[in-house]
Design a protein. Structure first.
Length: 306
């Protein structure tokens, strides 16, 4: 097992990562991995393989198995507060929810135009769904080439109607929160949900917004810039139980304190796209490289999705 290569920018990094930690290869030989999510009670990891058009499931006891074929090139995934899987789809430009074996479409259009390519999503404790909508799924390398119908790349909030129709597409309201980012990508809330962090990939920066009482965003500002000359852009992002912001970016994982200062980088020998805190204690970090799923044990726990 290769040792982790740590690049320390602040001594506080040692509180989070063991310098002699080892990088486990959990599964390899896959095609383009994304969207890992850990189930906090069933103790398994689900993750997308965009180019294989499927979603995998892995657990320590059962190994790797197919969770879902024909995933419509799913990218980002999360769980809602009821433990249902929500996904963003490159091929169909939709956000969906799985109710058992039934797929329910939450969002597909904004003001009559098809969404670009929903990328990643998070669910607030009140049930509102926040997601980013860059055009990557309409590009050749990880999607189906086709023109965009919208002239901007937005960040949205979807809120369920109080009287759902039950007709296969969930009744709800889709609200554009901001269109000021060039390529909005990974996103996460602060622990108290007063802040929403959003990556702007092509500009190599993490933005942060205040979350107002009505769920809208305000006071967008720079939180941090990611660093490095290696392959990768700001992509998947989470906070740990201490409030530090972990962000996939150039070279691997970059870790920032609450004030935006860079604590350090965990360098991975493959371009990586996303990660999730897992294991029973949420101290296992599962990292999706392009073709390989990795795991490293850390000193701080993540926050369960539900």
């Amino acid at each position: 097992m290769p040792k982790i290569e740590l690049e320390t920018h602040d001594p506080r990094l040692s509180d989070l990562l063991e310098p002699a930690a080892e990088l486990d290869t959990v599964a390899g030989g896959l095609r383009f991995l994304e969207g890992p999510i850990w189930h906090p009670t069933e103790h398994h990891l689900r993750f997308s393989d965009i180019l294989a058009n499927c979603t995998w499931q892995w657990s320590q006891s059962a190994g790797l198995s197919l969770y879902r074929g024909n995933s419509h090139m799913a990218n980002g995934n999360t769980y809602d507060r009821q433990g249902r899987v929500l996904s963003c789809h490159h091929a169909s430009s939709r956000v969906t929810r799985m109710d058992g074996e039934e797929m329910t479409v939450l969002a597909a259009h904004y003001q009559g135009a098809q969404l670009n390519s929903p990328n990643d999503l998070v669910v607030k404790r009140d049930g509102k769904v926040y997601f980013t909508d860059p055009p990557y799924g309409r590009e050749r390398n990880v999607g189906i080439p086709r023109p965009c119908e919208l002239e901007f790349n937005g960040v949205y909030r979807w809120q369920a109607s109080e009287s759902p129709s039950g007709q296969g597409e969930a009744e709800g309201k889709l609200t554009l929160l901001t269109s000021e980012l060039d390529r909005p990508n990974g996103l996460c809330f602060s622990a108290d949900e007063s802040l929403l962090y959003i990556n702007d990939s092509t500009r190599f920066r993490i933005m942060v917004f205040d979350v107002l009482a009505d769920g809208s965003l305000a006071n967008g500002r720079l939180f941090a810039k990611t660093v490095g000359e290696e392959a990768g852009v700001p992509d998947g992002m989470k906070i740990d139980s201490l409030g530090n912001v972990w962000c996939v970016a150039q070279g691997g994982l970059q870790i920032f304190a609450k004030d935006g200062s860079l604590l350090g980088r965990l360098l991975i020998p493959e371009r990586v796209t996303n990660f999730a805190f897992g294991d029973i204690d949420l101290r296992g970090v599962y990292i999706t490289g392009i073709t390989t799923l990795y795991r490293v044990r850390v000193r701080v726990a993540g926050i369960p999705l539900f």
